[in-house]
Design a protein around this ligand. Structure first.
Ligand SMILES: [Mn+2]
Length: 430
């Protein structure tokens, strides 16, 4: 039996763009998250006594200038070697041969493939590992024709960094196709580059496995979900795979329906429930979450203004129960089916008026900006609308009652803002 682990796109020590400043423990965990994910993979390789660890490109992010990352990697590779794990690395677009990066250590159990494809043979197991590296950060040609023929009667694994996806003229990442990969006659294509984890094609005796393990540790809200890597087993010439989790911190967007809220106060009152929903949404240990609040369109501006306070309120509610979950930021969307028909109730109006009053004493520049905004909005309203709120621009698709509210709201807001600005500039004493 021969076992291997297949990973890719570690982007070691690249910064997590979604840094949390609100939870020191979590921020620290996040700072070393890419290393922690790599360590999970190394530990698993040693624990499962695999023969080979395959890293299919972009181990380094390319922005990694810190030589300490190289020292850290060397330590991991030596640990793997001591446990009898041979590590195979191909270079991707981020860590291509010509890209500056820390040197790889001189370890007997490490193979870093050259741009010219070559093969490593496990004679005892009759398994061949074929691979080739990116020379530069762009490779526009299909690299597979340069790969060696399969070793007949053996299990053949090909490592390739590729965007797959046909032969688009603008594909800079060694484009190829499932058919071309199949033609090669290998049993398993250990791909890298695409950060979304997926079995692109399940292997059968007639066709190879084509697998993207995905990024083991997401770094922003474009890389959400639990990261994972492949544990492959070769037995009687057949390959079976299973997955294991790798993320040190799981990033996730969590949709939260607040469409029945009538005011910003209603939303603030939900903070405890929102916190509970977020904690329940993350049963994987540490998590950095973005609640995406679906609120009535009329409440969007108020929620946007109150976003920081709301975040603190939700985070406080979370911290009362656990320190493993943090809110990255609050996403705000208008709830579905709530286009132009939103009602603006008196509570919201009062809240906005309050905000402007408070803002006037605290920040007169803010008020001046608001006045400009409101004047611009008023200028854009159909001429009759201010005097006769019942006359609607059909494009806005408002019913008379809500239009009345909106016009009244805009006018009172503007009046309030102008009065507040006047009071504030008097108060300046300048
Ligand atoms: Mn890549």
């Amino acid at each position: 039996m021969f076992r291997f682990i297949h990973t890719a796109d570690l982007h070691l020590d690249s910064p997590l763009k979604a840094l949390s400043r609100r939870n020191a423990d979590l921020a620290e965990a996040i700072g070393v998250a890419t290393r922690a994910a790599f360590e999970r993979i190394v530990d698993k390789a040693i624990e499962e006594r695999v023969a080979a660890l395959l890293i299919s490109g972009d181990l380094y992010d390319g922005s990694t200038k810190d030589m300490r990352t190289g020292l850290y990697l060397a330590e991991c590779l030596r640990r793997l070697g001591k446990a009898g794990v041979h590590t195979f690395i191909i270079l991707g677009n981020h860590d291509a041969e010509t890209v500056a990066k820390p040197p790889f250590p001189d370890v007997e159990t490490l193979t870093v493939f050259k741009p010219k494809a070559s093969t490593h043979r496990f004679e005892e197991h009759e398994v061949a590992i074929h691979g080739a590296s990116f020379r530069d950060n762009s490779v526009t040609a299909d690299m597979t024709p340069g790969y060696p023929d399969p070793v007949q009667g053996w299990v053949n694994i090909g490592m390739l960094h590729t965007s797959l996806g046909g032969f688009s003229e603008h594909a800079d990442y060694a484009p190829t196709s499932p058919a071309r990969l199949g033609d090669k006659g290998y049993d398993y294509w250990a791909l890298g580059h695409v950060h979304k984890s997926q079995v692109f094609q399940e292997g059968t005796p007639e066709r190879p496995w084509i697998v993207y393990p995905g990024i083991p540790q997401g770094r922003d809200m474009g890389e959400t979900g639990q990261g994972r890597a492949v544990l492959g087993t070769v037995s009687d010439g057949r390959i079976n795979i299973e997955w294991f989790d790798t993320s040190a911190v799981v990033l996730e967007r969590v949709p939260i329906d607040l469409s029945s809220a009538e005011s910003f106060n209603d939303i603030q009152a939900e903070a405890g429930d929102i916190a509970r929903t977020l904690i329940d949404a993350s049963d994987h240990g540490r998590a950095l979450l973005r609640p995406e609040l679906a609120v009535p369109r009329a409440l969007v501006p108020a929620v946007r203004r109150g976003r920081d306070d709301l975040l603190d309120l939700i985070q406080t509610n979370i911290q009362a129960r656990t320190d493993r979950v943090a809110v990255e930021k609050i996403g705000i969307v208008a709830s579905a089916g709530d286009n132009q028909r939103a009602e603006i109730d008196k509570g919201t109006l009062a809240h906005l008026t309050d905000m402007i009053r408070t803002g006037a004493t605290a920040d007169s520049d803010l008020v001046k900006e608001l006045v400009k905004d409101f004047e611009a909005i008023l200028a854009k309203l159909p001429p009759g609308l201010r005097a006769h709120p019942g006359h609607l621009n059909p494009l806005t698709d408002l019913d008379p009652e809500s239009a009345d509210h909106i016009a009244g709201w805009l006018e009172s807001m503007a009046a309030e803002a102008v009065a507040s600005a006047a009071a504030a500039s008097k108060g300046d004493g300048s």
